[in-house]
Design a protein around this ligand. Structure first.
Ligand code: NIG
Ligand code: FE
Length: 381
């Protein structure tokens, strides 16, 4: 089955400059041809883009979608002046432990539909709201039902039952918990931050994961500066995420590495923290990705268009840089070269916008501009 998406006014390929009056041929689950509409080959089905813009499907490289409960009251208190703290994670842990697998699964599937409707075609999902051997195991298993990009985040926070015994909790994470979770995960992550795990504990967690064949990524410098970013770079992490408080040394280390810095604008928005300066990072040569960090505590948006708008308005990115960061940047953060780009041989993950140019994603914030979405060549929205 072939589908020709033609009469595209602006085609962002991430494989060279944008094309105008372009067409894309989808053959099964892959893209098989990209070029000027006038030269397009024939196909079983023709879709007329009506002169509107097409971009790669968003690659959201950071989310926490398997959880129970809700923290709307915590958000409301923050908007009234209360500070965000890592400890809030524990209330979601309690709600997640009491939810059944089917409840978690149904909610997860709802989130996947919500993401796809907003143009996201690849999503990474972390565990981290179970924090016991059995609960983390069910979270990674449920996540693996909907994505290959599963991250074991047993080291999200020290659970209440291990209060004041954080090293013993790290023993559990790097021992029995890793044993049951590693077969279902691709990545290992740790929240390296005051109130969560120290840099020494973070090293233990990531090195244990690496020894089990998982690839490292990290949450760091969300609530204040620290040594996490440099540890992530030293260990060859694919990405270090948040980076709200980066030192010059962090920026130099990132620029000299192939570790991506993933910015999460939804977090600054809903914790009232200062927005990180993406311009400083890009100008220094750091590869920057954008992700939603969908979770009930620090960022309960699943909208990549919203994150793009904030990154442009408040973080110094151009619309073109922001769309790149949300597509090819996310792919780099997941070490994937088959998504985030529109070119022959790549996955047919495409978004048709209800707009003449990708600039509208920032120019028209909050407006549902995603018209149609293809994932693996299938229209999903
Ligand atoms: O990425 N920083 C740590 N983890 C999540 C927040 C989780 C929560 O507050 O429930 C994050 O922001
Ligand atoms: Fe996170």
């Amino acid at each position: 089955m072939t589908t020709l998406l033609t009469n595209i006014g602006e085609l962002t390929t991430n494989d060279g400059p944008a094309l105008h009056d372009a067409a894309v041929l989808i053959d099964g689950d892959l893209i098989s041809w990209v070029g000027p509409a006038v030269q397009a080959p024939s196909a079983d089905e023709i879709v007329d883009a009506g002169g509107r813009a097409v971009i790669p499907g968003f690659v959201d490289s950071h989310s926490h979608l398997v959880f129970g409960g809700d923290r709307a009251a915590e958000f409301e208190a923050r908007m009234a002046g209360q500070k965000y703290a890592a400890g809030g994670i524990r209330s979601t842990v309690a709600a997640t432990r009491t939810a059944t697998d089917d409840e978690l699964r149904a909610r997860l599937r709802g989130f996947i539909e919500e993401l796809q409707a907003q143009g996201t075609t690849t999503v990474e999902i972390k565990s981290g709201y179970g924090l016991s051997v059995d609960d983390e195991a069910r979270l990674v298993r449920i996540a693996a039902e909907v994505t290959p990009e599963v991250t074991f985040l047993g080291a999200h926070v020290v659970p209440a039952d291990y209060a004041d015994r954080s090293d013993e909790y790290v023993d559990l994470v790097t021992g029995p918990m890793l044993d049951v979770c590693a077969p279902h995960a691709k990545w290992i992550d740790v929240f390296c931050e005051t109130g969560a795990f120290t840099v020494e504990q973070s090293r233990r967690v990531l090195e244990a994961g690496i020894a089990r064949g998982l690839a490292p990524r990290m949450h760091a410098s969300q609530l204040g500066p620290g040594e996490g970013v440099r540890l992530a770079v030293e260990l060859g992490a694919a990405s270090v995420d948040h980076g709200t408080y980066l030192t010059d040394d962090d920026v130099y280390a990132l620029a000299a590495s192939d570790t991506v810095l993933t910015l999460l604008p939804g977090v600054e928005f809903s914790t009232r923290q200062p927005y990180p300066d993406a311009r400083r990072l890009i100008d220094a040569g750091v590869t920057v990705a954008l992700a939603c960090d969908t979770n009930p505590g620090s960022s309960f948006t699943s909208s990549m268009p919203f994150c793009i708008a904030v990154a442009v308005r408040d973080m110094g990115m151009t619309p073109t840089e922001a769309v790149w960061a949300a597509t090819a940047g996310g792919a780099a953060a997941l070490r994937r070269d088959d998504v985030g780009v529109i070119a022959p041989g790549k996955r047919a993950d495409l978004v048709l916008l209800k707009a003449p140019t990708h600039i509208h994603l920032a120019y028209r914030p909050g407006v549902p501009l995603v018209e149609r979405v293809w994932k693996d060549g299938v229209a999903v929205s």
